[in-house]
Design a protein around this ligand. Structure first.
Ligand SMILES: Cc1cc2nc3c(=O)[nH]c(=O)nc-3n(C[C@H](O)[C@H](O)[C@H](O)COP(=O)(O)OP(=O)(O)OC[C@H]3O[C@@H](n4cnc5c(N)ncnc54)[C@H](O)[C@@H]3O)c2cc1C
Length: 393
C-alpha cells in the first residue's frame, strides 16, 4: 500500500464513566489487546479496551515496526500469515501506511549466506537469494565484506507510533466499541457467568476479560507469570537519520534491512544447522554483539528516518540506559545501511520473554491472559487473537 503515513493524532477520548456491562473487556491497548478487541468486535461483541496510560506507551509503540512473517516457524508462522493480511486490511480501513516491500537480510560471511540458502530452499517463493548487486540496490553504499543476502518477500513494515494509535482510533469508531485511556485495571474477580473488573474509575462487569498487559502479567497475576516462566527483558533502540535525506522514505523505499544476526533470532532461520557456526564465529569475532543479543534491524519511516534496534545486556534494567549499547547499535547500524547515522531519539522498552512464543492462560472462568513471549507481537497478534477467542466468543 502506498498511502502516506498520517501524523499521529490525539488519543481516543476518555469517557467520564465506563460502560457498566460489556461482552468483552480488554486490558491493555498494545497490539495484543487491540488485536483481540478488533477480533471480538468483528464477531459482534460489545468491547471496551482499558489502558492505564493516556495512550499505549508499552512495547508495541517502542517496537521497530517490522511485521516479520517470512522467517517465522510453526504456530507463529500460521499466526503471522493471518496477521499480514489483517495489517494490510487495517491500514486501508484506518488510514495508515503499510509497506509491502519485504525485508532484506544482508550477509557478510559465507556461513550467514549458507543459512539463507537453506532457508530459501525450504520456503520456496516467499524468500529469494540476492547476490551482492541485489543487496546493493537496498543500501546507500555496499562494503567489501557483503557476500549476498535474501529478500524476505512477505514481510511488512508499519510505523508503530502511527499504526497503534490509529487502530485504537478506528476501533473506537466501530459500533459498540470503546477505548478508555488513563484507567488502570486493579483486579478481576470471578462471578457466575460474569467477571467483576475493578478499575481506577469504577467497576465493570464483563462476560469475557482479556488481559493483554505484555510483561506486566507478573504485576497483576504473578502466579500465572511464574507458571509460564514469563520474565522481563529490557531492550534499547534508536531513531536515526541518514544516509538518506528526509522525505526519501529511507533506504530501499520501505524495505526493512536486517543484519546477519537475524540468523540467530528468527525461528525459521535457526532451523538451519549452519546457524550454530554463525554463532560460534560471532562469539569469537564480535563477542559484544552476541552478549548484547543484538538483533539488528533498520526500519525506514515515511520521513526518511530509521528505527534502529535492538540490543539489551544481561541484567540491563530500567531506568538506566547503557550508553555502550547505543554506541554498539549505532556502529552496527552504520555498517548495515552503509553510511553515517545521526541519533535523533533513544529509548528503552520492556518486553515479555517466555520459553514458548505465546503464553495463553485461563486462570479463572471468563478470564483469558495473552502475552507474546518472544519479540514477535506485531508479527503475530492478529493471527493469535482468533485462536484464543475461539470457544469464548
Ligand atoms: C525494542 C523492541 C523492538 C521490537 N520490534 C518488534 C518488531 O519489529 N516486530 C515485532 O513483531 N515485534 C517487535 N517487538 C516485540 C513487540 O513489541 C511485542 O511483542 C509487542 O509489542 C507486545 O505487545 P503487547 O500488547 O503484549 O504489550 P504492550 O505493547 O506493552 O501493551 C501492554 C499494554 O498494557 C497496558 N497495561 C499494563 N497493565 C495495565 C493495567 N493494570 N491496566 C490497564 N492497562 C495496563 C500498558 O500500559 C500497555 O499499553 C519489539 C520489542 C522491543 C522491546
Amino acid at each position: 500500500m502506498s498511502r502516506r503515513s498520517l501524523p499521529p493524532r490525539a488519543p481516543s477520548t476518555r469517557p467520564a464513566t465506563l460502560a457498566h456491562d460489556v461482552d468483552v473487556l480488554v486490558v491493555g491497548a498494545g497490539i495484543v489487546g487491540l488485536a483481540h478487541a478488533v477480533e471480538a468486535s468483528a464477531r459482534g461483541a460489545s468491547v471496551v479496551v482499558v489502558e492505564r496510560d493516556d495512550r499505549a506507551l508499552g512495547a508495541s509503540v517502542r517496537s521497530l515496526g517490522h511485521v516479520a512473517v517470512t522467517a517465522q516457524d510453526g504456530p507463529a508462522l500460521a499466526c503471522a500469515l493471518v496477521t499480514r493480511d489483517k495489517w494490510i486490511a487495517l491500514g486501508r480501513q484506518a488510514g495508515f501506511d503499510v509497506s509491502e516491500a519485504g525485508s532484506v537480510v544482508v550477509a557478510r560471511a559465507e556461513d550467514e549466506l549458507a543459512v539463507l540458502e537453506d532457508f530459501v530452499c525450504a520456503r520456496d517463493g516467499a524468500a529469494h537469494l540476492l547476490d551482492r548487486a541485489g543487496v546493493a540496490r537496498h543500501l546507500r553504499s555496499v562494503d567489501d565484506d557483503v557476500v549476498g543476502g535474501a529478500l524476505l518477500a512477505t514481510d511488512l513494515r508499519v510505523d508503530p507510533r502511527v499504526a497503534v494509535p490509529e487502530i485504537a482510533r478506528w476501533l473506537s469508531a466501530q459500533p459498540r466499541a470503546a477505548v478508555v485511556t488513563g484507567t488502570s485495571v486493579l483486579g478481576v474477580e470471578p462471578g457466575s457467568g460474569r467477571s467483576l473488573v475493578r478499575t481506577s474509575r469504577g467497576d465493570v462487569i464483563a462476560r469475557t476479560v482479556v488481559l493483554a498487559v505484555g510483561a506486566d502479567v507478573d504485576r497483576l497475576l504473578p502466579a500465572v507469570a511464574e507458571a509460564h516462566g514469563l520474565t522481563r527483558r529490557t531492550r534499547q533502540a534508536l531513531r536515526v537519520t541518514g544516509p538518506t535525506a528526509p522525505g526519501e522514505r529511507g533506504a530501499g523505499g520501505g524495505t526493512v534491512l536486517l543484519g546477519g544476526t537475524a540468523v540467530l533470532h528468527h525461528a525459521g532461520l535457526t532451523r538451519s544447522p549452519q546457524h550454530k557456526e554463525v554463532r560460534e564465529r560471532l562469539e569469537r569475532e564480535q563477542p559484544e554483539v552476541v552478549a548484547a543479543e543484538v538483533n539488528l534491524r533498520a526500519t525506514p519511516l515515511a520521513d526518511g528516518s530509521l528505527l534502529l534496534g535492538d540490543a539489551g545486556a544481561q541484567g540491563g534494567a530500567l531506568p538506566f540506559r547503557a550508553e555502550a549499547l547505543d554506541e554498539l547499535l549505532l556502529r552496527e547500524g552504520e555498517r548495515l545501511v552503509g553510511g553515517p547515522l545521526r541519533v535523533v531519539e533513544r529509548w528503552a522498552a520492556v518486553e515479555a520473554t517466555a520459553p514458548e512464543p505465546f503464553v495463553v492462560a485461563r486462570p479463572q472462568r471468563g478470564l483469558l491472559v495473552v502475552t507474546v513471549g518472544a519479540p514477535i507481537g506485531l508479527s503475530t497478534a492478529f493471527g493469535l487473537a482468533p485462536r484464543t477467542l475461539d470457544g469464548l466468543l
